[in-house]
Design a protein. Sequence first.
Length: 210
Amino acid sequence: MKKVARTEIPRKAIYRLSVYSRCLHRLENNGIRTVSSEILAKAAGVKPTQLRKDLTYFGQFGTRGLGYDVGQLIEMISERLGTKSLQPVVIVGIGNLGRALLSYRGFEQEGFEIVGAFDVSPSRCLPGNSSIKVQSMEKLPKIIDEHFVKMAVLCVPLTTAQEVANQLIEYGVVAILNFAPIVLSIPDEVTVNDVNLAMELENLSYFVNE
């Protein structure tokens, strides 16, 4: 395969690459070694033309009439998404949502390792199914530094979300998954993905009531 210079991938395409990766892993687990763009696109819920366009970010590869090598494509997507090795992540705010995320067993299978959990009142956090101990916020910078953490999950109330986000950025975090219902003010070099469950339900409600 001919190597090409690394190009910037649009955010929507990155989401689709994640979907493709999951579809490819299912194919691999079922013993399938090659897949056509039509079959992979159908499994991912996109048009074949869209899939082929997204895969051009990796250069020209695949064999006409045979399709894509499943293992090769998994490795290429994992390398580009930065999940070939475990990415260290911290969770801040261990209420009901934070505790549920902390107990989730699938992160490592997806390429992420929860290396720390933090709360302003760690002693009041109810025990969950996780082996990770909830620590005080004072210990957050030490864990971020020791594990070279660049990603954080923010599950704090909206009243403290901006303050905690500022702390995370100050300590070196450059990517935040934000569950607080607030638009964070962050520097351009920091990436934030907002997850607002109420807004998602409102979106679904529109289609239910059409």
